[in-house]
Design a protein. Structure first.
Length: 199
C-alpha cells in the first residue's frame, strides 16, 4: 500500500491549494516551493495547466500515479460523462467517505483510521483505504474506536457539512446515492484531467 510520505507543505504550495487540511499552519501558500522563491511569471501552456490539475487531484485524494491511471481508465470505459465518473470513483474511496462523514479532520487522518482497522462496512472490518463503497453500504466506527478522545471530540461537533449522497447518524453513515459533480466541494477541473490522459 504505497503512499506519499514526503513534505506536504511543498505540495500544497506547488498547487496553491491546501491539499492536506493543514489550515493556518501553511504560512506561504501563495509562494511556490523552491530555494529561491518565485522565478517570475511564466506563461503556463495548456499541457502545463492540465498536468497541474492532474497532480492536484492525485495529491488531494492521496493516490499515486499508477492507481490514479487505473481510475481514469475505468472512467473512460464507463458510460456518461468521463470527468464525473472519475470524481465519483475518487469520492467513493473508503478513506474519502470516512473524511466526508466527519469521522476524521483530514483525508490522511481518515486513511490512517481505515488502515489501522477502526472502520467497518456493513459490520465487517475493512482496512483498505481504496475500497469502493456501494449504494446502501453502512460505514461505521468500531466500538473500541468510540473511546478514542479525538473521535469523541469529532462526534460531538454538531454542524458537520455532510454531502447529500451521504447520511450520518451518530457513529455510522449510509451511502444514499452515487456522488454527483455538485457534491465535490474542492475546486477541480475534471475536464483538464480527461484531456491530459486523452492526448
Amino acid at each position: 500500500m504505497a503512499r506519499y510520505t514526503g513534505p506536504k507543505d511543498k505540495l500544497s504550495r506547488r498547487e496553491g491549494v491546501d491539499l492536506f487540511g493543514a489550515g493556518s499552519k501553511i504560512t506561504r501558500l501563495t509562494v511556490p516551493p523552491g530555494q529561491h522563491g518565485p522565478k517570475g511569471t511564466l506563461r503556463q501552456s495548456q499541457y502545463g495547466k492540465q498536468l497541474r490539475e492532474k497532480q492536484k487531484v492525485k495529491r488531494l485524494y492521496g493516490v499515486l500515479e499508477r492507481q490514479f491511471r487505473g481510475y481514469v481508465d475505468k472512467a473512460l470505459s464507463s458510460k456518461g460523462n468521463t470527468g464525473e465518473a472519475l470524481l465519483s470513483l475518487l469520492e467513493r474511496r473508503l478513506d474519502n467517505v470516512v473524511y466526508r462523514l466527519g469521522f476524521a479532520k483530514t483525508r490522511p487522518a481518515a486513511r490512517q483510521l481505515v488502515s489501522h482497522g477502526h472502520i467497518e462496512v456493513d459490520g465487517k472490518k475493512v482496512s483498505i483505504p481504496s475500497y469502493q463503497v456501494k449504494v446502501g453500504d453502512v460505514v461505521g466506527l468500531k466500538e473500541k474506536t468510540l473511546g478514542m478522545p479525538v473521535i469523541r471530540e469529532l462526534l460531538a461537533i454538531k454542524d458537520v457539512k455532510i454531502p447529500s449522497w451521504l447520511e450520518r447518524k451518530a457513529a455510522a453513515g449510509k451511502i444514499k446515492s452515487l456522488p454527483k459533480r455538485e457534491d465535490v466541494m474542492e475546486p477541480i477541473s475534471e475536464q483538464d484531467i480527461v484531456e491530459f490522459y486523452s492526448r
